[in-house]
Design a protein around this ligand. Structure first.
Ligand code: NAD
Length: 366
């Protein structure tokens, strides 16, 4: 055992300053020489329930980047769960390493044992770099994992439910903007027609909307043009189309200064995470342009709502009816933002914070 000198003690104390930045409860570092596991589990807030958030596997260029990522993402999960009305807190995990070359069954199972050690305070799920098969491996070591395939009692691919939530958010935004939530005859531009964008097209065509699509994958564009009668648009033109609704379903940070100036729509509502490049700048900018923005982390919460249902035994109808509530929440957020003269992301954040603070008081009695 080495003697700890004063300098290293100070470094450790600085770590706690880091935890205070976003007000995290607990950070767990998981290390195992035999499997090469290096993981960080960040539990941000468990006032509403156990922290649920996916495990991302990524070849971070340094440990600080991994810590920053897991802290930022876990905080986001707290807000998402709170706003969606779930009895869940926010957490997230990252495994440092290349998912293509470093991932083994043993590594995932070892990670599962670290999750198990937290006794249900953290529930893991799939994220970038992890798959349903990884969740199956983790399940061999702990019950605290969701996002399992249907044949293991899980909800399977959450994308259809996510798309339904986006559709609900879009209808609520239409109601707010036009006094009527019908989308028949409305023009809608979808950026990114992958798993969520594709299912969204299903809902929108059934309602009679006119849909423009753009994707870097030409095959996907051809499929939706031929099968659903969508109109294909070059990727660089989709943002500036003169349409009623712009639906970002591909990339984050798409609502930046340059792109917002190009927008000609009345509503932005899509599945992509972290659409506002800087919410303090771009939230107000959208308001100034008269655009009703449906907060991304609300309208894409269907995936989280779906996996949450696995906790009580997955029933698809229950997942869909819980996701349908995104309509009412989205409408309330548009109204709150308009009443308070603020932007919708700010209104959403303050609703989420209010719920956490209110429930914290409920829990103050034994
Ligand atoms: P996906 O990978 O299946 O689809 C994304 C699509 O965007 C792909 O077809 C890709 O080719 C396209 N794309 C990438 N760059 C593009 C560009 N520059 N221009 C146009 N198209 C581009 O992903 P997904 O599961 O459909 O998720 C879409 C978004 O929604 C992501 O941001 C994801 O994080 C978010 N999200 C998804 C879920 C879910 O349940 N799948 C839940 C919450 C949030």
């Amino acid at each position: 055992m080495s003697v700890i000198n004063q300098e290293s003690v100070e470094t450790k104390l600085n770590l706690f300053e880091g935890l205070k930045t976003y007000d995290h409860e607990q950070i767990v570092f998981c290390q195992d020489n035999a499997t090469g596991l290096k993981a960080i589990i960040a539990i941000h807030n468990t006032v509403l329930g156990p922290g649920l958030g996916g495990t991302r596997m990524w070849a971070y260029s340094n440990e600080q980047d991994a810590i920053n990522d897991v802290m930022r993402l876990s905080r986001g999960m707290t807000y998402k769960a709170a706003l969606a009305g779930l009895n869940l807190g926010g957490a997230k995990a990252v495994i440092i390493g290349d998912a293509k070359t470093h991932k083994t069954e043993a590594l995932m199972r070892k990670f599962g044992r670290f999750v198990e050690n937290l006794n249900g305070k953290y529930i893991t799920a799939e994220d970038v770099g992890t798959t349903t098969l990884d969740m199956e491996h983790i399940r061999k070591e702990t019950e605290h994992v969701v996002g399992l395939p249907k044949n293991m009692g899980g909800g399977g691919d959450p994308s259809p439910v996510t798309a339904f939530g986006v559709y609900m958010g879009m209808k609520a935004s239409a109601k707010h903007a036009w006094g009527n939530d019908g989308l028949s005859g409305k023009t809608i531009a979808i950026q990114g027609i992958g798993k969520v964008g594709g299912h969204l097209i299903d809902y929108l065509t059934k309602e009679g909307a006119k849909i423009y699509v753009a994707d870097i994958n030409d095959e996907a564009v051809n499929h939706y043009v031929n099968k659903y009668g969508c109109i294909g648009v070059p990727t660089q033109d989709i943002i500036g189309l003169d349409v009623d609704v712009f639906a970002p379903c591909a990339l984050g940070a798409v609502l930046n200064t340059e792109n917002i100036e190009k927008l000609k729509c009345s509503i932005v509502c899509g599945a992509a995470n972290n659409q506002l490049a800087d919410e303090k700048v771009h939230g107000p900018m959208l308001v100034k342009q008269g655009i009703a923005y449906a907060p991304d982390y609300l309208v894409n919460a269907g995936g989280l709502i779906n996996v949450y249902q696995e906790h009580n035994g997955y029933v698809e109808e229950r997942a869909m009816s819980a996701t349908e509530k995104i309509y009412d929440i989205c409408l309330a957020i548009h109204k709150k933002a308009a009443d308070e003269g603020t932007h919708t992301q700010q209104a959403a954040n303050s609703l989420a914070e209010k719920r956490i603070n209110d429930i914290m008081k409920v829990h103050s009695t034994y």
